[in-house]
Ligand binder design. Structure first.
Ligand code: PLP
Length: 301
């Protein structure tokens, strides 16, 4: 086995073999600034692909099997060629080994439909893995985040009535999610929870929501057209291991305003308590949050 190349002072990219979308050599870690995707790749021109963001704490990929399963599920929903999960896993480890160590990192897996050729055939898929340093989430995890409710613009049965909208797939088209976060900033908030037109609580643009009432933890059901969260699932594993109740449910904004505690859950940030909703304070359970961050994700106390 060859020694991993360490790429200094830059994030790292590893392209998978196969497909013509890459302009960099496959399986070799390269600095992100040298990694290039073909401009005709459908990921670039149409956002036509799927991805995963995986948290890395102390060198360990958090919930890797759940992320790989979701990548495959998203690809299926988009009718993409199935991703080579073993190759993605190997590329993730190669890229991680080449990155300068840090207490926390993010590993992103990209699976694009591929390059549209001049003859309008598709040469693909294109796959690559990126390792990068995430933002510092210390304050969000400790103090919580300010959330606003925003209209999602469709009903909660959208996944059944209009499956072509690809609800539940983690696609590369995140422009809407980013627009919602800008709207939150305009409203002097940090994040968003979407509500369907029929009044059902959904998810955030990059996170799932969990509410606690007494010893019962609940999260919106995934058949409501939302992403099945890996962080929320790990959170629920920990809750259940303590003998507490954790369940999927149909929730409304009232369930959030009356909660004893509530969180946004996502791979980079892990858990962020919701400390206000539309400007009204919500209770933050700092002690329990810190406990789960350690138990479920291995964060140092
Ligand atoms: N919902 C959406 C729309 C997301 O984009 C994400 C993650 O980015 C999540 C939920 C949370 O998923 P996970 O905890 O697996 O990161």
């Amino acid at each position: 086995m060859t020694e991993p190349t360490t790429v200094q002072n830059d994030d790292v990219v590893v392209f998978l073999a196969g497909g013509n979308g890459r302009a960099s050599a496959p399986l070799v870690p390269v600095p992100q600034s040298d990694a290039a995707v073909n401009v005709a790749d459908l990921a670039v021109t149409r956002g036509d692909g799927v991805f995963e963001s995986i948290g890395v704490v102390g060198g360990r990929l958090i919930e890797l099997p759940r992320h790989l399963a979701r990548l495959a599920h998203s690809a299926e929903l988009l009718e993409l060629p199935p991703p080579d999960l073993a190759a993605f896993e190997a590329a993730a480890h190669t890229a991680l080994a080449a990155h300068a160590p840090a207490p926390e990192l993010l590993v992103k897996l990209f699976h694009s439909r591929g390059v549209e050729t001049p003859a309008h055939t598709i040469d693909g898929p294109t796959g690559w893995v990126q390792v990068l340093e995430g933002a510092d989430h210390t304050a969000a995890r400790r103090d919580g985040v300010r959330v606003v409710l925003l209209d999602r613009g469709y009903r909660s049965d959208i996944a059944q009535t209009a499956p072509w909208l690809l609800q539940g797939a983690k696609t590369l088209s995140y422009a809407l999610n980013k627009a919602a976060l800008r709207e939150a900033a305009r409203r002097d908030a940090d994040d968003v929870v979407f509500v369907s037109t029929d009044g059902v609580l959904l998810e955030g643009p990059t996170a799932n929501v969990v509410v606690r009432h007494g010893d019962v933890f609940r999260t919106p059901r995934t058949d409501l057209g939302i992403l099945a969260g890996t962080t929320q699932a790990a959170f629920f594993d920990t809750v259940r291991a303590q003998g507490l109740t954790a369940e999927e449910a149909v929730l409304t904004p009232d369930d959030l305003t009356t909660a004893d505690a509530a969180w946004l859950c996502s791979s980079g940030r892990l858990l962020a308590p919701i400390r206000s909703l539309d400007g009204a304070p919500l209770p933050v359970d700092a002690h329990f949050t810190a406990h789960v961050l350690t138990q479920a994700f291995g964060l140092p106390t």
